[in-house]
Design a protein. Structure first.
Lengths: 531, 315
């Protein structure tokens, strides 16, 4: 209750300060300098599932609709027009029609029309011969039957069945509209959009540059002349560079809670905001390898988890204990703590759970003297390795002797997809706080991003059921029922949801950090420099 | 001499062919390929799409065919296309070479300018306080990891000057570029200078005990003349060898220094390309480095003749 109150006050304060912001005259010009944490794979947002691409490139594009860049929470109520001026559902709730803004031009001067929208979704649904090389969010559009155009400025999405959250999918930073006339290959290396910033150049491992689009259809925007990203892979160097004033902003969410203390003390004037990332730390267990095909062992592992210890060590207690959905107050669909504690493996009395786990293990012939040896695989990145080490320590308490198996980061997903692991420690990001995104992507039988290949037809049916439920409260109850089943099945148990900080210099104005997604607020069209 | 040079050139060619085969095979022994990495940033792997990309990139061809294609391209000056950026590999590699060359050159200059004179001083003033101080400094140079030294330098600059000397893509002038590169060059050259200093010292000490040095002193030559004209000239041969070797091995130190100081050079790029299994970049870059190493060693061998007239190479 107290956290809700604090959160409410914080949001009210944020809203008030945003309301006050327009009173200041927005200055035009200047270059926004931001560092990038790693070498981004490509400029094609549709082909990637990483903030490394969406953060620099979201400003090149527009969506049909977008989450309000000036409001910290992404909800259906904060969806605002972008390339679409308006939208409407038909009476059957299976046809969503968008009226498009007229006079919009692509960065190469060609006009934007409804055909471009149709093209984009034809590529996403595999109907275009020049389809994407990889399509990580194909599952988002599984309910889309077809896209029809009516003239140059009206487009209709026809669904197989009602899906109330369908509009939310369009508002994500991951859902830009692509031009028909540019190949998917060129979109990776030289993307063309309608957005506030034109792509200028990408020097691999060095810089990514964008220039103001003078023909942007939202008059008066953007305010800065250019955005320059500099790739600095070494974290110490980039944080020092921000402290020294070399950059106006940090890469989003790059400042971890332990690092935040350093930034605050060395750059006391910098504005730093901590927010949930909607990136979970989760345990993956391969049910196809012995002895983990025995549900009793998987249950013992889940009972060994002390989530509070994880978050105390990793984030000084700032991260959130959670189920599959982001917990309140920022998350709309997650369970409150009192309900969460009723899920298997979430009991407050960890010692009691561990005693139960030991009993299970002893029943299977394991003991302190003869523990079950297991390799705990994880990516060779600190954010993965650190929790994996804690996990090994916790498993030891229930007669499981873990050994850290550090996997070269570039082949992590390939290994997991091939099932070449027994137990793993993984991180999973969710871009829209909606069950359709999280549940379909990570737990449905047909999703390619369902890393563990967890498949329960009963859960799939429930996912479909919640997806078409129009009543929000009823839908939430179904989502919680799914949460319970996933916890019982030990489908990728969530250990915690991370929080981290994004910092910017005090003269950077007009930027609002989103509090329930790290993928949707990087348009930068409202950002200006007060210097 | 001519026959020796011809023989060495032939040996260099054989070495480079061997290197090319080694690089090619070893790279493919590393688990995973570019298609795994391409899919990694999408958080999943689609086996059918993966196969399609492998076919497009020619990765499904027999390894011998891939090797011949690469060497054939290399002969024609075609380095192929970088897998990640989908740009010609030459366009990715070429702009980075001058950056690393300048950095390595400055580091070597630093190593030589500090290492040789201080080594001489240390030898001439053997067992004095100055000698002890210089030996401690040289020992620290050998023991301090360059990434740690680099970070210390960065922290000191930020703390005391409020400025960070990281690389800028478009420096305003040559002098700004030299100033920006000299700090990382010092960080990476410190270790080499320590090595050069210790070797100069020990080599000098050995020479200073020779009869001809005593003779030079007996003839009334000044100390400066004895130390620099008579002793250093004869002591410098192993030092030249070690500078040559250091020039070749500098790439190891540069990887770390380029990362810490965020310099977009070939050393850091090579590591990244290995991580991404970007074969065209790795193969061509490693070959380029191999050519440099082999060539520098060849030059060093030829320098011996210039520095010591007693050395003669026979066919």
């Amino acid at each position: 209750m107290r956290s809700k109150l604090v959160f409410g006050i914080a949001l009210a304060f944020a809203a008030a300060s945003q309301a006050a912001a327009p009173a200041l005259a927005q200055k035009q010009g200047g270059t926004l300098r931001i560092y990038h944490r790693d070498n981004l794979p490509s400029g094609s947002i549709h082909e990637e599932a990483t903030i490394s691409t969406v953060q620099p490139f979201m400003g090149v594009f527009n969506n049909l609709v977008v989450y309000d860049q000036q409001k910290p929470l992404n909800t259906p109520e904060t969806i605002v027009p972008d390339l679409a001026d308006s939208w409407a559902w038909d009476a059957t709730n299976t046809k969503l029609t968008f009226k498009l803004h007229q006079g919009v031009k692509w960065h190469d001067g060609k006009p934007f029309t409804a055909k471009d929208v149709q093209c984009t979704w034809n590529k996403l649904t595999g109907k275009d011969p020049d389809d994407f090389r990889k399509n990580p969010r194909a599952i988002w559009w599984h309910n889309l039957k077809e896209v029809t155009v009516n003239g140059d400025y009206e487009v209709t999405f026809v669904l197989n069945r009602p899906q109330p959250s369908f509009l939310s999918l369009f508002a994500s930073g991951y859902t830009p509209v692509y031009p028909c006339h540019v190949s998917t290959k060129d979109m990776r290396t030289n993307p063309i959009g309608t957005g506030p910033f034109k792509f200028v150049e990408f020097k691999r491992g060095d810089t990514v540059k964008f220039a103001r689009n003078p023909d942007y259809f939202k008059k008066g925007k953007p305010h800065v002349d250019a955005i320059e990203w500099k790739v600095i892979e070494n974290r110490s160097t980039r944080i020092l560079a921000f402290v020294a004033g070399e950059f106006d902003m940090t890469f989003g969410t790059d400042v971890t809670i332990p690092l935040l203390k350093d930034v605050n003390s060395q750059a006391p004037k910098a504005v730093c905001e901590v927010a949930p990332t909607y990136v979970s730390i989760n345990l993956i267990i391969n049910p196809k390898t012995a002895p983990f095909n025995d549900p009793k062992i998987r249950k013992a592992m889940a009972l060994a988890l002390d989530r509070k210890a994880f978050i105390d060590i990793l984030s000084n207690g700032k991260d959130d204990i959670a189920g599959v959905m982001l917990p309140p107050p920022e998350g709309k669909w997650g369970m409150p703590p009192e309900v969460l504690q009723t899920l298997p493996g979430y009991a407050a009395d960890v010692e009691k759970s561990r005693a139960e786990a030991r009993k299970i293990m002893e029943g299977l012939g394991y003991s302190e003297a003869k523990p079950l040896p297991v390799k705990v695989s994880t990516r060779n990145i600190a954010v993965y390795r650190d929790p994996a080490v804690i996990l090994i320590d916790q498993l030891k308490k229930v007669h499981i002797a873990g050994e850290l198996d550090v996997v070269d980061t570039s082949i992590w997903h390939a290994k997991v997809t091939r099932g070449e692991y027994s137990v793993g420690l993984n991180l999973t990001g969710v871009s829209v706080d909606d069950p359709d995104v999280n549940l379909y992507e990570n737990y449905s039988c047909n999703s390619e991003r369902n890393l563990t290949k967890y498949c329960n037809k009963e859960v799939d049916a429930l996912i479909d059921k919640q997806s078409q439920e129009l009543d929000v409260e009823k839908r939430k109850q179904i989502v919680w029922e799914i949460e319970r089943k996933l916890a019982e099945d030990l489908a990728r148990p969530i250990i915690s949801y991370q929080r981290s900080a994004t910092c910017w210099q005090p003269y950077v104005k007009g930027f609002v950090l989103h509090h329930n997604s790290i993928y949707n607020n990087w348009r930068y069209e409202d950002v200006w420099l007060d210097k | 001499m001519g026959a020796y040079i011809a023989r060495r050139l032939l040996l260099m060619l054989v070495t480079l062919i061997g290197m090319s085969m080694l690089i090619f095979v070893m790279l493919r022994l590393v688990p995973g390929n570019i298609t795994d990495i391409i899919f990694d940033s999408a958080g999943f792997v689609n086996p059918a799409a993966k196969k399609k990309i492998e076919h497009q990139l020619g990765l499904d061809q027999p390894i011998a065919v891939q090797y011949v294609n690469w060497i054939g391209g290399l002969m024609r000056g075609d380095l192929g296309y970088a897998y990640v950026s989908e740009k010609p590999a030459i366009d990715e590699i070429l702009p980075r070479i001058p950056v690393t060359a300048k950095l390595a050159g400055l580091a070597l200059v630093f190593a030589t300018l500090f290492g040789v004179p201080l080594g001489v001083v240390s030898a001439v003033r053997q067992n004095t306080t100055l000698d002890y101080v210089l030996r401690v400094i040289s020992l620290s140079g050998l023991s301090l990891p360059s990434f740690w030294l680099g970070l210390l330098i960065l922290m000191a600059f930020v703390q005391f000057l409020g400025w960070i000397p990281i690389y800028k893509s478009n420096p305003a002038s040559v002098w700004e570029e030299i100033a920006l590169l000299s700090i990382p060059a010092a960080a990476v050259g410190f270790r080499s200078s320590a090595l050069v200093m210790r070797l100069t010292r020990s080599s000098m000490l050995e020479v200073l005990r020779q009869d001809y040095i005593r003779t030079a002193r007996a003839k009334g030559a000044s100390e400066t003349s004895v130390n620099y004209d008579h002793a250093l000239r004869n002591a410098v041969l192993p030092v030249v060898t070690i500078i040559g070797i250091e020039a070749a091995f500098l790439i190891g130190g540069l990887i770390v220094t380029e990362t810490v100081f965020n310099i977009p050079g070939v050393a850091r790029f090579l590591v990244e390309a290995i991580r991404w299994r970007d074969y065209p970049i790795v193969q061509n870059l490693v070959m380029f480095i191999a050519v440099i190493v082999v060539f520098v060693n060849f030059i060093v061998d030829l320098l011996y003749v210039v520095l010591d007239p007693r050395i003669k190479y026979e066919g």
